[in-house]
Write a protein that binds this ligand. Structure first.
Ligand SMILES: Cc1ncc(COP(=O)(O)O)c(C=O)c1O
Length: 414
């Protein structure tokens, strides 16, 4: 396998941290090529969460006894880990949610309902995951704003020439854009798009779900206004997500969830809101999961984001090369230098579900479907694709088994 970088990741050694990778699937060794769907978890993350439950568990922000203080310290420590990970100015800008979907709905409702109206334009992209598309389409409809998309070309890259035409249609108020697309792996020029949005007086909402697990994100350099990501795709537990937002925007926004912990005072006459970030964290937050997320960030930092990226780039180039052996396979998406470790493809004459099923018989786990990007599937003219995706624990031998499986698929359906 080609080595494209001086920074080297020892994926073989790291795999020992992921107990599930040693378990067979259907009697065959597991080749897990579905990490962009959800990643597997290292022992270090599971241990951190178990230790927290065993030594520091009580509800946060309310208990006046030692255990409660320890629990709160763990939760707020996790917030500081996320702040440093994103290079955010302050932990007040870090809101924990139950996932990216909740984070993006939070912005769409809490910012959108009060800031959008007739004559305004809400811009998403044809590449968006439904989580950063449907909430904006819905809130635009509720407020009378127009909803439009930046189109993608046949390679799944955004046609940025369309931006100025969009601006002519109304006052652009929001640009919702994914950092890395989850179906094809397209890396979008988010800084450039955020710069354009700023010129229009619009906010930029970045879905970083497929970026945060694989590359360093600096929210101050990005120039966006909100950035959302999820824990379960980056070695962390399920049920935890993050919304970073500019403090001045968060300060001006109404809350989204209403209930305990997000209030300062409640009376029959009037309720006032808590300070940031609690204003946006109604109810008992997913605090043990946040501790797991912090452990996952520590784990990934120790592996090194540059090394993770280089490893995935090598795997991607290797995969694209090997798929060239199969003339029946059409790979969607941009060239390797503008994509993450995701390969979506079509096997001529075979439904993606059949492809995934045959691969599964060999222990190879991939995803088939529309990947929650139906507008993109429509653009490509397919109902679904089969998708293989890589992470820091992926080995070239797994790619070989995947390609051998595809040879079997093409023979079976010949
Ligand atoms: C690009 C992208 N955005 C949003 C989501 C939704 O994240 P969550 O599962 O945390 O709601 C996903 C996960 O499928 C995704 O890949």
């Amino acid at each position: 396998m080609a080595v494209s970088s001086g920074v080297k990741l020892d994926a073989r050694a790291l795999r020992a941290d992921f107990p599930i990778l040693a378990r067979p699937m259907g009697g065959k060794p597991l080749a897990y090529l579905d990490s962009s769907n959800s990643s597997q978890k290292p022992r270090q993350v599971m241990d951190a969460e178990r230790e927290y439950y065993e030594t520091s568990y009580a509800n946060v922000h309310r208990a006046l006894y030692e255990l409660g203080e320890k629990a709160t310290a763990g939760y707020e420590g996790a917030r500081e880990t996320v702040r440093a990970f994103l290079n955010a100015e302050t932990t007040r800008e870090i809101v924990f949610t139950r996932g990216a979907t909740e984070a993006l709905n939070l912005v769409a409702y809490a910012w959108g309902l009060d800031n959008l109206g007739p004559g305004d334009l809400v811009v998403a992209t044809e590449l968006e995951h439904h989580s950063n598309f449907v909430p904006w389409q819905f809130i635009a409809g509720r407020t009378g704003a127009e909803f439009a998309v930046v189109p993608a070309n046949e390679h799944g890259e955004l046609e940025l020439e369309a931006l100025d035409e969009l601006a002519a249609r109304g006052t652009v108020k929001v640009v919702a854009v994914g950092y890395v697309n989850n179906s094809l792996g397209t890396v979008n020029p988010v800084e450039r798009i955020a710069g354009w949005a700023r010129e229009q007086g619009a906010i930029t909402v970045v879905d970083a779900c497929q970026a945060a697990p694989h590359r360093r994100i600096d929210v101050q350099a990005l120039g966006a206004d909100f950035v959302a990501f999820t824990g379960h795709k980056m070695c962390a537990p399920t049920g935890i997500g993050v919304l970073w937002g500019r403090r001045e925007l968060f300060e001006r926004m109404s809350p989204f969830g209403l209930g305990g912990d997000m209030i300062r005072s409640v009376s029959v006459e009037k309720t006032t809101w808590n300070e940031l970030p609690q204003k946006f964290e109604a109810g008992t937050p997913p605090f043990a999961q946040a501790v797991g997320l912090a452990a996952a960030i520590d784990y990934l930092e120790a592996a090194g984001f540059e090394a993770i990226e280089a490893h995935e780039r090598d795997l991607l180039e290797y995969t694209l090369g090997r798929l060239g052996e199969l003339p029946q396979v059409k790979v969607w998406g941009p060239p390797a230098e503008r994509r993450g470790g995701i390969v979506s493809f079509d096997v001529a004459g075979v439904h993606p579900h059949d492809v995934a099923q045959i691969l599964a018989y060999d222990g190879v786990a991939v995803r088939a479907g529309h990947h929650c990007t139906q507008p993109l599937m429509t653009r490509l003219g397919v109902p679904a694709t089969t998708r293989a995706s890589f992470y820091l624990y992926t080995l070239p031998e797994e790619i070989d088994r995947f390609v051998e499986g595809l040879h079997r698929v093409t023979k079976t359906f010949a």
